[in-house]
Design a protein around this ligand. Structure first.
Ligand code: BDR
Ligand code: CA
Length: 313
């Protein structure tokens, strides 16, 4: 099978960085057509800088990186420096990027790419708020039917939320955008907190990254060390969840994940539960299924894949 063509839409973020590294280390499975950046964990100027830092860390300065939307569709931007640090990539000491940002807006790149490629051949991989994707769908409705699949990190059901009691960060930051994407009719694969909270960077797994003794392996160990402090304290767990790499791991080894094809809708009205992913896990409504909502992961298999692929960089 030829590698799957993807666009990574991202707000790096240490876990976004690991997701990007996994994709760039896996050319036989994944062809990265471009990386589109969005405001999320940190403002857009930093996410679009961080994405380029990560491409250079992977030794792939030829990857095209675009800056996109700098704020959510209808709300003020909420960021997460309390988790990711001031730069969004705190932990390792990585050089400023030498590679340029591409000219043009990320949304235009998404639209142009989907129009140029054969229908059903491009997968979108959002790792942050869904602002760029929703904006592209609103501006160019003809591209919606051309998307092969959207595989995204966002939401949570049994685990509740991580930024409010009921909302996960990516969905909470731009619930209107998420609503547009979840209603778009594009086949969705969702990696919610229910999965990512089972993908914990334990000491043993962190040591395995560091033991690669390569710039990428050491940087990943330092990045995960950094954001671990916050999550370990918060959850009292033996390691922090590695959210976004679940998306790129799914593209390589979907059998690592289990879930249910169910209806998932986004709360966009109530301030109390704004951004909640209302997942009909128990199929108690007759609302049509629109998403493969994951719940289980083979965590050892996931970390083995990650470590093996990072070793190539
Ligand atoms: C998501 O929010 C961000 O902080 C992470 O990068 C991840 O995409 C987890 O809720
Ligand atoms: Ca992210």
């Amino acid at each position: 099978m030829p590698p799957r063509k993807i666009i990574i839409d991202t707000d790096p973020g240490q876990d976004d960085a690991v997701a990007i590294l996994l994709a760039l280390a896996s050319p036989e499975d994944i062809e990265v057509l471009g990386i589109t950046c969005v405001a999320g964990n940190v403002p857009l100027d930093l996410t679009s800088k961080n994405a380029r830092i990560v491409c250079e860390l992977a030794g792939k300065p030829q990857v095209r990186v675009f800056a996109g939307c700098d704020r959510p569709l209808g709300r003020d931007l909420v960021t997460a420096e309390h988790v990711h640090g001031k730069t969004g990539l705190d932990g390792p000491d990585l050089p400023d990027p030498g590679m340029p940002l591409q000219d043009g807006h990320a949304v235009e790149f998404i639209i142009d790419t989907l129009r140029a490629e054969p229908a059903g051949s491009v997968t979108l991989c959002p790792l942050g708020p869904l602002t760029n994707i929703a904006t592209a769908f609103e501006k160019a409705p003809d591209i919606v039917a051309k998307v092969q699949e959207i595989v995204l990190m966002g939401g949570g059901y049994f685990e509740g939320g991580n930024i409010t009691p009921t909302a996960e960060f990516n969905i909470y930051v731009d619930p209107q955008a998420a609503d547009i994407v979840f209603r778009s009719g594009v086949p969705l694969v969702v990696m919610p907190l229910d999965v990512t909270h089972k993908a914990l960077v334990t000491k043993r797994r962190n040591d395995a990254f560091r033991a690669l003794n390569t710039p990428a392996g050491i940087a990943v160990a330092q990045m995960t060390d950094f954001f671990e402090r916050f999550d370990k304290e918060k959850y009292g767990s033996e390691g922090a969840p590695l959210h976004d790499p679940c998306v790129t791991a799914y593209l390589i080894k979907p059998e690592l994940f289990t879930g249910r094809h169910i209806n998932v809708e986004i709360e966009v009205t109530s301030e109390l539960t704004m951004g909640m992913t209302v997942a009909d896990w128990w199929r108690v409504t007759d609302r049509a299924p629109n998403a493969m909502f994951m719940g289980g992961i083979d965590a050892d298999g996931f970390f083995a894949l990650l470590t093996e692929r990072l070793a190539r960089l």
